[in-house]
Design a protein around this ligand. Structure first.
Ligand code: V47
Length: 381
């Protein structure tokens, strides 16, 4: 044993040190509030350093949400709007292209594209975003449309998942974000978003994406009506798909922000719950290379601390984030590269700029807006 932990964690520590897989019961033990978070952090850090050494990754990215008008009414969402609400908006092609220009002007390697499911917009409207952005700015990686949106496009077109994804890839889609997973278990999903893609749909869409060679991320929205069992069950379902396809790059645990949502009576998860969940995610998801501490959602201090609780990625500089800021996030709208690198170094880690599919980014010293990419970053399995 490299370090000492609470007696109830000893069998788990043995497994972690031997590189053995943890079970659902192990996950539930780790969620017992009497188990010290620091002990879990030490175990998660062992796995994190085994996989990613001292490296901590970030990227230079921006977001675009071309509309917030949405047919769905997920109780946790503060971003969505009705068509006739003064809050509702929809962006024109010119506005979308202007965002692409701004992104390239600021040296971004990635644009994160998600939005509402506007009942008056056809699939071609969504496909066209990818087309016009990719045609104008081919160097910008387009990470777009969650499985929930893909499921909606299937509903609109009556076409199978693979065809929809292929159309998007042909237009220039580079990868898919991990949103829309929420909590898979129907006991929870039926309370917070019963109308949208269910767990089978979500898993099927990511499986199909992986089969087509599209890398994706995965998430879990925690800290609302779910119990520890639902969280661990969710992680195991993601782990099972990863065993099958190896197509997930990063897992992002998303802490619920209650403000302006249908669940505004709930308290947001504590920093201790955030760190416990980060550590348990790293420990349960032994086959996913990266765990992201999304600073926008966790807050800067917790995200920095999470780099010693299993996380190896802070996401990016981020511009134009709306989903969390509409739900009361008090984090800034943007962090500079200098700030991100400083936060990483302060945490005793080595900052590495990556692109969306985890290749090292090399910047031109005289003009940082110019960049090239190296090989995919190796992660020990
Ligand atoms: O699916 C919505 C969540 C997700 C709230 O793949 C909320 O790199 C908390 O998936 N409080 C979208 N969470 C964000 C997302 C994401 C973010 C950053 C990086 C990546 C990636 C993906 O946000 C939604 C939902 O689970 N969400 N509303 C809220 N009030």
């Amino acid at each position: 044993m490299i370090f000492s932990v609470d007696a109830r964690l000893k069998p788990i520590q043995e497994k972690v040190e031997a590189g053995e897989r943890l079970t659902l019961d192990d996950g539930l033990v780790m969620y017992d509030p009497d188990i010290p978070v620091n002990d879990l952090g030490q175990l998660a850090n062992l796995v994190r350093e085994r996989k990613n050494g001292k490296a901590a990754y970030y990227n230079i990215n921006t977001h675009i949400n071309a509309t917030n008008i949405c047919v769905y009414r997920c109780t946790f969402c503060a971003f969505r709007s009705d068509l006739r609400s003064p809050k509702g908006y929809i962006m024109s092609d010119e506005q979308i292209l202007e965002r692409g220009r701004e992104a390239v002007e600021n040296g971004c390697t990635e644009m994160h594209i998600v939005g509402g499911l506007h009942h008056q917009c056809k699939f071609d409207w969504y496909l066209n975003h990818i087309k016009i952005l990719h045609d104008a700015y081919p160097q910008l990686h387009l990470k777009g449309w969650t499985a929930v949106e893909i499921n909606w496009f299937e509903h609109l077109t009556k076409r199978p998942t693979a065809e929809i994804l292929q159309d998007l890839m042909d237009a220039g889609l580079g990868s898919m974000p991990g949103g829309g997973a929420e909590i898979f278990h129907p006991e929870v999903r039926d309370q917070i978003c019963e109308h949208k893609a269910d767990s089978n749909n979500w898993i099927h869409i990511h499986r199909t994406a992986h089969q087509l060679g599209l890398k994706t991320n995965c998430t879990m929205l925690y800290g609302h009506v779910e119990k520890p069992f639902h969280r661990v069950d969710h992680l195991i379902r993601l782990r099972e798909l990863q065993d099958e396809t190896n197509g997930f790059q990063t897992f992002i645990p998303l802490a619920f922000h209650p403000e302006n949502t249908g669940l505004s009576h709930l308290k947001k998860p504590t920093a201790l719950d955030d760190l416990r969940t980060m550590a348990i995610s790293r420990l349960m998801l032994d086959n996913i290379p990266h765990i992201k501490a999304y600073w926008i959602m966790l807050g800067i201090g917790t995200a920095q601390t999470a780099l010693s609780y299993g996380a190896d990625d802070l996401d990016g500089t981020v511009r134009h984030e709306l989903i969390y800021h509409d739900a009361g996030a008090i984090t800034p709208e943007f962090l500079s590269v200098e700030r991100l690198e400083h936060l990483i170094r302060e945490a005793g880690r080595e900052p590495i700029e990556r692109d969306t599919i985890y290749r090292r980014v090399m910047r031109d010293k005289t003009d940082p807006k110019k960049w090239s990419v190296g090989e995919e970053i190796a992660v020990a399995v």
